[in-house]
Write a protein that binds this ligand. Structure first.
Ligand code: FE2
Length: 281
C-alpha cells in the first residue's frame, strides 16, 4: 500500500491519519467473531475493572501482568451497585476490552496485525524497525461503554526517543453517538504531559511533567466507517466519550514502537524474556 505525499505530510502536520477502506468488511467481521469466541471462553470469576478515570484499579496485578497475555477487562458500570459482583447484563455485553498480546497469541489477530499493507503504512510513516508491542480489542458497549479520557499513548508506552504509533481500526462505524475518537490536530507537537510508570513497590504512578489541562476547544471528532484505519502519533492527545447509544462501537488497536529506541524497565507494560515484541513482517 502506497501512501500519497499529502497523507504523509498530513500525518506529520496533524499527528493523525485516516485511511478509509483499509480493512475489508469480512476481515472486520472475522475479528469481531473471534473476539466473541474469546469472551465466550473467558471465566469472569477473575475480575478486573478497567477505567482511565480511576487509576487505583490499574494497580490490579491482573492488569499489570497482562502485557504478554490475553486478558479481559470489564466496563466500570457492568456490575450491580450492591457489591456482590453480579453482572447487570450478559458477559458478552459487559467487557470493556481484551488486552494486550492477542497479536502474538491468537492466530486470527496475528494475521490481521501482520497484514503486509499495515507494515507498508508504518514504514512510510517513519518507523524503521517496527515492533508490535500491544494490542487491544475495545468493545465500547451499547449504553455502558465508558469514556476514555484524553491522553497521549507515549504516556503509557514510552520509548527514548519517543516512537510509539497507534493503529486504530474501526470494526464498526464509529460516530459521535456511539463514542468515536476525538483528537487534537497538531497537539503532538507539544510533547507529553506525563508518564505512567511502575513503582519500586509493585504499583504504578503517574509522573506529571506538565500539569496544565487540555485545551477546552480544538478537539475534533473522527467519525469513520467500518474498515477505516486511524493512525495516531504517540504524542497526539486523543480520547473518546461514553457510548450511551444502543449500538456498540468495536475497535481493534495495535501499538508499535521502533526497535531502535530504548524501552524503559519502568514502563507499565512488560513482556517476558520469552515474548519479545516481534516485527510486523
Ligand atoms: Fe490511546
Amino acid at each position: 500500500m502506497k501512501l500519497s505525499h499529502q497523507q504523509i505530510d498530513g500525518y506529520g502536520r496533524d499527528g493523525f491519519l485516516v485511511v478509509e477502506d483499509f480493512a475489508a468488511a469480512r476481515d472486520c467481521d472475522a475479528l469481531m467473531a473471534r473476539a466473541g469466541e474469546l469472551v465466550d471462553a473467558f471465566d469472569p470469576s477473575q475480575v478486573s475493572i478497567f477505567s482511565t478515570t480511576d487509576q487505583e484499579h490499574l494497580t490490579d496485578q491482573y492488569f499489570l501482568d497482562s502485557g504478554d497475555k490475553i486478558r479481559f477487562f470489564f466496563e466500570e458500570n457492568a456490575f450491580d451497585g450492591d457489591g456482590d459482583g453480579e453482572l447487570r447484563q450478559d458477559k458478552a455485553l459487559s467487557i470493556n476490552k481484551i488486552g494486550h498480546a492477542m497479536h502474538d497469541l491468537d492466530p486470527v489477530f496475528e494475521k490481521f496485525s501482520r497484514a503486509p499493507d499495515l507494515a507498508d503504512v508504518v514504514d512510510q510513516l517513519g518507523i524503521s524497525d517496527p515492533r508490535a508491542l500491544q494490542s487491544m480489542y475495545i468493545f465500547k458497549q451499547p449504553h455502558i461503554g465508558g469514556e476514555v479520557v484524553y491522553h497521549q499513548d507515549s504516556t503509557f508506552l514510552y520509548t527514548e526517543p519517543m516512537s510509539v504509533m497507534g493503529l486504530w481500526f474501526a470494526l464498526e462505524d464509529a460516530t459521535q453517538d456511539n463514542g468515536c475518537l476525538w483528537v487534537l490536530p497538531g497537539g503532538h507537537m507539544d510533547g507529553i504531559k506525563s508518564r505512567f510508570v511502575r513503582t519500586g513497590g509493585g504499583g504504578v504512578e503517574t509522573i506529571v511533567h506538565d500539569a496544565s489541562g487540555w485545551p477546552g476547544d480544538g478537539f475534533v471528532p473522527v467519525e469513520v466507517p467500518k474498515g477505516t484505519l486511524v493512525v495516531l502519533h504517540g504524542s497526539l492527545p486523543h480520547g473518546s466519550k461514553p457510548n450511551r447509544s444502543a449500538l456498540s462501537r468495536h475497535a481493534y488497536t495495535l501499538h508499535v514502537i521502533d526497535g531502535a529506541c530504548d524501552y524503559p524497565a519502568d514502563n507499565w507494560l512488560q513482556r517476558g524474556a520469552d515474548m519479545p515484541a516481534r516485527g510486523l513482517r
